[in-house]
Write a protein that binds this ligand. Structure first.
Ligand SMILES: Nc1nc2c(ncn2[C@@H]2O[C@H](COP(=O)(O)OP(=O)(O)OP(=O)(O)O)[C@@H](O)[C@H]2O)c(=O)[nH]1
Length: 903
């Protein structure tokens, strides 16, 4: 029996391949991508699982029995309500969009994946260990209980997903488009990770792919014979299953909506699956792979409109299964499916996507297009082939040794993070900081009882949220610092949330206990209220009382860290090439790009060839945390690496490889790929967005260029700026980078009207200042993040539409009315308050209710036209387009004022 591919199952189920991959993994199947194959039995199990949420082991029969008649009826009655809603949808694109939206909804409501569950289970083991480090006997049973609990939770979640999936499939009768009969073409060989195994094969893989691409281009016109493997088995996984009225007909162009009354009749006279199945008229062929099995009988339907027939003929040579990179460009897609770029763009336009031929397509778009063109598409991630981290991770470590824990200190501003770390390593970092705030992530190592501990000092200001999140990622244990005299603050909660989200064990350090007003119990109770119960109160969190000033409790804290680390059994293999995480990077005078890293595995040596994201280099110098040159770094060691070609992004993984050629080629390919992708994204505008812009009259955004001294600050500023927006105005970061303000930055700003340059801890040189002045480009520099953000806020406020406020200027009471033929009603009034002005806006109020909103068209004193009449005077008034004025009405005059809006 042949294998069934994941994307084929996804196709049958009408969900995304990714979801099927997830489900398959939950079932314990070894599938990696949409192209992975499973046995037909497993395929059936996956379908059952997705549809019903039932695990195959318990649901031993391979085909789940059809639901009982009554159940079906009930289902259908429920569905009827959905029908009314759906019935209005007539256009194909609308229906598609609808289906897509539904997909999104299901995606959103999807329960946490089992992978995550597993992760949290394992982590909970660690936590569990840390909590009751005393009664070890109970641990196992508690864990068992926990895992059984979570597995029952999981099955509940699965059910929900199953139901959701089933629901989504119900209620819509889809009649897909007629597909042209198409021939498959030779596929580009895909490099499987398992085949590669070692990092030194990466380049080979990349080269092969490129060679294959070229070969494919050549082969394209030749249209080679179809491969029997691909045209093989048709999936009939759903043929005997009630999917609530979803029936697929590939022969016509319409989308028909559900007719449940018809369905009910069918239910009353149950048919065997085989009699239900031939809803596809015999003469009409399903397309692509579906059609391939009935190749001999192929014919074009006569009912297909003429225009369509032409299209079918035209696409005789279209491939049936096309392997397409996840981020394929419009023209590349068109080439691959033998269409013109115009056709592709037209379809996307119809879906509300404005793209150019060079734009990359999203995975969803590829799926929709494939559907439209009647081709089976398998998306592959080109970065998989360039993913040096996965290739590194694929090699199993055999000789693992204990490694030091990596600790991140988090907490509210001024609660003493830097002082604490300082005390621990007996240096004075805090004194060197601008504005008293820690702005860079540093990493240091200390030794306690012969055991090393690595610390990452993550700053506490709100603007560093991103950096902190990253810190947590590189971290084994988080220390949350809370000042005993200040208690829990917003950033304490944020820090707790970050640590929790990263599933990292936490230790709470109650700092400043030397202070007279220190109240550790207050901190404990505040945290207990938030769900972080101290161990000595019967909870699971270690609280240690410390003073960064006197040093009290520091030993306790270090011991607690070491204990926690021991429980976690942190291990690494020092006998292989290095893998490290970049926690900070910058451009230094005389040194070039430098990266502060923490080794995750292996040993990094001077002379190693390393790749790091899109940059690479040969390690020229390694400095340890004390700034001393060292020859190598081992697992969990922090250090500064000099020798990279460019400043890497913080959070990027650095991996050492065998040769300079390897890292160079790989990095260049990655850089080119990512650059193209970025370029493409910046040009993408959806029709919706365009509509909004048109409605507003003009595009309102503040273009900025951000330059900062280090990557961490840059990320923090970018993060904060992106948050500064409302419906009207937004920040458009047209360029950002680490390093000084350059001439090209000024030119770039000059090219864009209103663009400004924001510099953080960087200053322009005199010549650049002059150039900026000549071109009218504003450069603003800062050394405190708050100031930068505040200034930008003010700028944005100036750009926003003014707020229109109303100000009443006067009121008059109607005492008499005169109706003049061909003129209208004149109101004889007395001004009771303020003034009444001619042409002022006015509303007529009767019994306290606004009857009409208009303006004063005529204002007279006796027979003369006047501009305004003051309080206590009589006047004659006419209202524009309103004559139904009655004695006793009140006319209120007002003015509208424009005010600058603020964020
Ligand atoms: N009395 C007393 N003062 C402390 C203690 N720890 C820190 N401080 C003081 O609290 C202030 C803030 O300390 P920092 O270490 O800069 O705090 P931080 O949390 O690193 O602050 P940011 O870097 O701004 O986020 C400094 O004036 C310290 O001297 C302590 O244990 N006792």
């Amino acid at each position: 029996m042949g294998k069934v591919r994941i994307h084929e199952i996804a196709d049958e189920l009408g969900i995304k391949s990714k979801e099927v991959v997830e489900k398959a993994r939950e079932l314990g199947l070894d599938v990696k991508t949409a192209s992975s194959g499973v046995s037909p039995e497993d395929a059936q199990n996956i379908v059952n699982f997705v549809m019903t949420g039932e695990l195959p082991a318990s649901a031993a029969p391979k085909k789940s029995p059809a639901p009982k008649k009554e159940e079906r009826k009930k289902d259908l009655t429920d569905k009827k309500s959905v029908k009314t809603e759906n019935i209005n949808r007539t256009s194909e694109s609308t229906s598609k969009a609808g289906v897509k939206k539904d997909n999104d909804k299901v995606k959103k409501s999807k329960p946490v994946s089992s992978k995550f569950d597993k992760k949290s289970e394992t982590k909970s083991v660690n936590k569990e260990r840390s909590q009751d480090s005393k009664p070890k006997g109970d641990k196992k049973s508690t864990l068992k209980e926990k895992s059984s609990e979570s597995s029952s939770e999981k099955s509940e979640k699965r059910e929900t997903l199953g139901q959701a999936s089933a629901k989504r499939r119900r209620g819509i009768f889809i009649v897909k488009k007629k597909r042209p009969k198409v021939e498959p073409i030779t596929e580009a060989p895909v490099i499987k990770k398992s085949e590669i195994g070692k990092e030194n094969r990466v380049i080979a893989a990349v080269d092969e792919t490129i060679a294959a691409k070229k070969a494919k281009k050549k082969a394209k016109k030749a249209t080679p014979a179809p491969s029997s493997k691909e045209t093989g088995v048709k999936l009939n996984l759903l043929e005997d299953r009630d999917i609530g009225g979803v029936s697929v007909d590939y022969t016509t162009e319409e989308i028909v909506l559900p007719d449940f009354s018809e369905e009910l009749r069918i239910m009353e006279e149950p048919k065997s699956p085989s009699t239900l199945k031939p809803e596809l008229p015999k003469q009409k062929q399903p397309v692509g792979r579906r059609g391939a099995q009935n190749k001999g009988k192929r014919s074009v339907s006569r009912t297909v409109p003429k225009k369509r027939q032409k299209k079918v003929e035209k696409n005789e040579s279209a491939p049936s299964i096309v392997k397409i990179p996840e981020d394929c460009r419009v023209y590349e897609f068109a080439e691959k499916v033998n269409r013109t770029t115009g056709e592709v763009i037209k379809i996307l336009f119809g879906l509300g996507k404005m793209v150019t031929k060079n734009d990359f397509l999203e995975k969803d778009e590829i799926e929709i297009l494939a559907d439209e063109f009647g081709v089976e598409v398998e998306t592959i991630n080109p970065l998989d082939e360039l993913d040096y981290v996965s290739i590194y991770d694929a090699v199993e470590d055999e000789y693992l040794e204990e490694r030091p824990p990596v600790i991140t200190i988090m907490g509210h501003v001024d609660h003493g993070k830097t002082s604490l770390l300082d005390k621990i390593r007996e240096s004075k970092v805090a004194e060197r900081e601008a504005g008293g705030i820690t702005q860079h992530v540093g990493a240091y190592q200390v030794e306690k009882d012969g055991k090393k501990i690595t610390f990452i000092d993550t700053p506490g200001h709100e603007a560093f949220t991103e950096m902190r999140a990253r810190g947590a990622q590189a971290t084994d244990i988080v220390i949350i610092v809370v000042a005993a005299d200040d208690g829990v603050k917003p950033q304490t909660v944020e820090a707790l949330n970050h640590a929790k989200a990263a599933d990292v064990p936490m230790i709470i350090a109650i700092n400043k206990i030397d202070k007279p007003d220190a109240n550790p119990d207050m901190v404990k109770s505040q945290l207990a209220e938030l769900g972080y119960m101290p161990v000595d109160w019967g909870g699971e969190y270690e609280f240690v009382e410390v003073s960064a000033k006197s040093g009290q409790g520091i030993d306790d804290l270090l011991e607690t860290i070491i204990l926690q680390a021991e429980i976690m059994e942190l291990k690494a293999n020092p006998n292989r090439r290095a893998k490290a995480i970049v926690i900070e990077s910058s451009l230094e005078k005389g040194r070039g790009p430098v990266a502060t890293v923490i080794l995750k595995n292996g040993t990094l040596r001077v002379g190693d060839n390393v790749i790091c994201g899109r940059t690479f280099g040969r390690v020229r110098t390694i400095l340890n945390d004390l700034g001393k040159q060292v020859k190598e770094l081992g697992p969990s060691d922090p250090g500064v690496v000099v020798g990279l070609g460019e400043v890497p992004d913080a959070g990027e993984i650095m991996v050492a490889m065998d040769s300079d050629k390897q890292v160079r080629e790989l990095a260049q390919k990655r850089a080119e790929y990512l650059r193209q992708k970025e370029l493409s994204k910046s040009t993408k505008v959806t029709l919706d967005e365009l509509g909004n812009l048109i409605a507003e009259g003009k595009i309102k955004s503040l273009p900025v260029i951000v330059k900062a001294d280090v990557q961490g600050s840059l990320e923090a500023i970018k993060g904060s700026l992106e948050k500064l927006k409302n419906e009207e105005v937004k920040i458009n970061i047209i360029h950002s980078g680490v390093g000084g303000i350059t001439e090209s930055d000024v030119s770039l700003a000059n090219a864009d009207e209103n663009a400004i340059i924001l510099g953080f801890n960087v200053r322009p040189t005199a010549s650049i200042k002059q150039k900026a002045k000549q071109q009218g480009v504003e450069i603003k520099t800062y050394s405190i993040i708050y100031d930068l953000i505040d200034d930008v806020k003010a700028l944005l406020s100036g750009l926003m539409s003014p707020v229109i406020s109303e100000e009443g200027i006067g009121q008059a009471e109607v005492r008499e009315t005169f109706t003049v033929a061909k003129v209208g009603t004149i109101a004889g009034c007395i001004v009771t308050d303020g003034v009444i002005r001619r042409n002022a806006k006015a509303r007529l109020i009767r019994d306290g209710v606004v009857i009409y909103d208009t303006k004063i068209s005529s204002l007279k004193r006796f027979k003369d036209d006047v501009k305004e009449v003051g309080k206590g005077y009589e006047c004659g008034m006419m209202l524009e387009n309103f004559n139904d004025i009655k004695v006793g009405d009140v006319i209120e005059a007002y003015e509208e004022k424009e005010e600058k809006a603020t964020l």
